[in-house]
Write a protein that binds this ligand. Structure first.
Ligand code: KG4
Ligand code: ZN
Length: 368
C-alpha cells in the first residue's frame, strides 16, 4: 500500500555497514523533513592499529553498540518506539557481519512492536541525501566519492538510479588513505594529505591522469597510487629520505591529479545527464572525499561555468550516518516498498542492477 505524501511518517534508521554504528530518527510530512536525532558511534580507534577496517572487530562492535545507539537516538528525539511509523535499516552493501547486526536488531524490534520494516540500500541513503537536506527535485546527478565507492548516478526517484560511470579499481578515498600510508601520514588519509598539500607545489611531480584519454565516465585511481610510490622512491633514493617539503609536493601533486580526474569525468557525466533536459538541473556530491576543499572547489567551478546548481550536503550527512537511512526508508515506504521478516543482509547490492558490474569498487570491501 502506498502512503500519501500528506501523511507524516517518523522512522528510526539503523546503519552498521562499515565502521560507524549509527541510529537516527527522521520525520517527514507536509510541514517538511526534520532530523530529530542522529547518533554516530565511530569505530576508528578500534581499527587504528590495523591500517584498515577489520570486519570481525567491526561486527562485534556493531552488535554491542547498536541498541545503545538506538536508545540514544530515541532519547534525543524525545520519542518512544510507540511513536514511530516504521524501522529502516541498511540491508547492504557492506561488511556482512556488521550489516547482519543491524538487520537482526531491526527485525527484532519490528517483530516486537509490529512496526513496518524497510530494508535500505546504503548507497541509496547517500544518493537521496540531497533531498533530505535541500529537497531538490528528481532527476539530479550525484557523484558518490568515499573510501569504498566512486560512481556517477542519475537519481530519478527513491528507487530509480542509473549508474553512468564509476571507478574500475580503487575508490578515491582509498587512494588518499594509501597515499598517506606511503608518506607516513596518519589514517584516515584524506585530511592529513589535504593539509600537507596546502603547502606543496602540485607541478613538481608529474603524476598521471589515468583514463582521461578514453571516452566515458569510468575512472581509475590505482595507477596514480603506483606513480606516487615511484615518485616517493625516487626522492628517497636520491636524498635518503623525505623532507616536509617533499611530502607536501607529493600530496599536492596527488590531490591535483584526483581533482583533475574527478572534474573532467564530472564534465562528461553532466553532458549525459543534461541531455535528459532536467527542469531544474543539480549536481550533488556525497561521501568523505567531498570534504576535500580542492576537489569541492574544482567541481563548484565546473558547475559555475555551466550555470548549474552545485550541492554538497553538510559533512556530517556526507559521511556515514543513519539519518540518510531513515529518510531513504521513508521514501521507500511512501512507494509501498516495505519488507517482512525474511529481509536478508546483502554484502553486494548494486543500486543499478541493469548496469554492467564494476571491475572493482574499492578493495577495502564494500565500504561506501
Ligand atoms: O564517506 P566516508 O566517511 O566513509 C566511507 O568510505 O564509507 O569516507 C571516508 C573516506 C576516507 O578514505 C577518507 O580518507 C576520505 O573519505 N576523506 C577525504 C577527506 N576527508 C575524508 N579525502 C580527501 N580529502 C579530505 N579532506
Ligand atoms: Zn557510506
Amino acid at each position: 500500500m502506498t502512503q500519501s505524501p500528506n501523511q507524516t511518517l517518523t522512522l528510526l534508521g539503523i546503519e552498521s555497514s562499515c565502521d560507524d554504528t549509527a541510529a537516527a530518527v527522521v520525520t517527514d510530512g507536509p510541514e517538511g523533513t526534520r532530523i530529530l536525532s542522529s547518533v554516530v558511534w565511530g569505530q576508528g580507534a578500534l581499527h587504528a592499529d590495523f591500517g584498515g577496517v577489520v570486519p570481525e572487530i567491526a561486527a562485534r562492535a556493531h552488535a554491542e553498540r547498536v541498541d545503545i545507539c538506538i536508545e540514544r537516538a530515541l532519547d534525543e528525539a524525545g520519542l518512544t518506539l510507540a511513536a514511530l511509523d516504521g524501522i529502516a535499516v541498511t540491508a547492504g552493501p557492506g561488511l556482512i557481519g556488521g550489516v547482519l547486526s543491524g538487520v537482526m536488531c531491526a527485525k527484532g524490534l519490528a517483530a516486537a512492536t509490529g512496526l513496518p520494516l524497510v530494508g535500505v540500500n546504503h548507497l541509496a541513503g547517500h544518493a537521496l541525501t540531497p533531498r533530505l537536506t535541500d529537497g531538490i527535485a528528481f532527476p539530479y546527478l550525484m557523484l558518490l566519492v568515499s573510501g569504498g565507492h566512486c560512481q556517477f548516478l542519475i537519481v530519478r526517484g527513491p528507487d530509480s538510479f542509473a549508474r553512468i560511470g564509476g571507478t574500475i579499481d580503487d575508490a578515491p578515498g582509498e587512494a588518499f588513505d594509501k597515499t598517506a600510508r606511503l608518506l607516513g601520514l596518519p589514517q584516515p588519509g584524506g585530511p592529513p594529505v589535504e593539509r600537507a598539500a596546502a603547502g606543496g607545489d602540485p607541478a613538481r611531480f608529474a603524476l598521471p591522469r589515468p583514463l582521461l584519454d578514453r571516452p566515458g565516465c569510468d575512472m581509475s585511481f590505482s595507477g596514480l597510487k603506483t606513480a606516487l610510490l615511484r615518485a616517493r622512491d625516487g626522492v628517497v633514493a636520491e636524498k635518503g629520505g623525505l623532507t616536509e617539503q617533499d611530502r607536501a609536493d607529493l600530496c599536492a601533486g596527488f590531490q591535483a591529479a584526483v581533482r583533475d580526474l574527478l572534474v573532467e569525468k564530472s564534465r562528461r557525466a553532466l553532458e549525459v545527464y543534461l541531455a535528459e533536459a532536467p527542469e531544474a538541473p543539480v549536481f550533488a556530491v556525497a561521501g568523505g572525499v567531498a570534504a576535500n576543499g580542492a576537489i569541492r572547489a574544482g567541481l563548484q567551478a565546473l558547475c559555475a561555468g555551466l550555470g548549474l546548481r552545485f550541492l554538497a550536503p553538510p559533512l556530517a550527512l556526507c559521511t556515514d550516518n543513519a539519518a540518510m537511512i531513515a529518510y531513504a526508508g521513508i521514501a521507500r515506504m511512501r512507494l509501498g516498498l516495505v519488507d517482512d521478516l525474511t529481509l536478508t543482509a546483502r554484502p553486494r547490492w548494486p543500486l543499478d542492477e541493469g548496469a554492467p558490474a564494476l571491475l572493482g569498487s574499492g578493495k577495502k570491501g564494500a565500504k561506501a
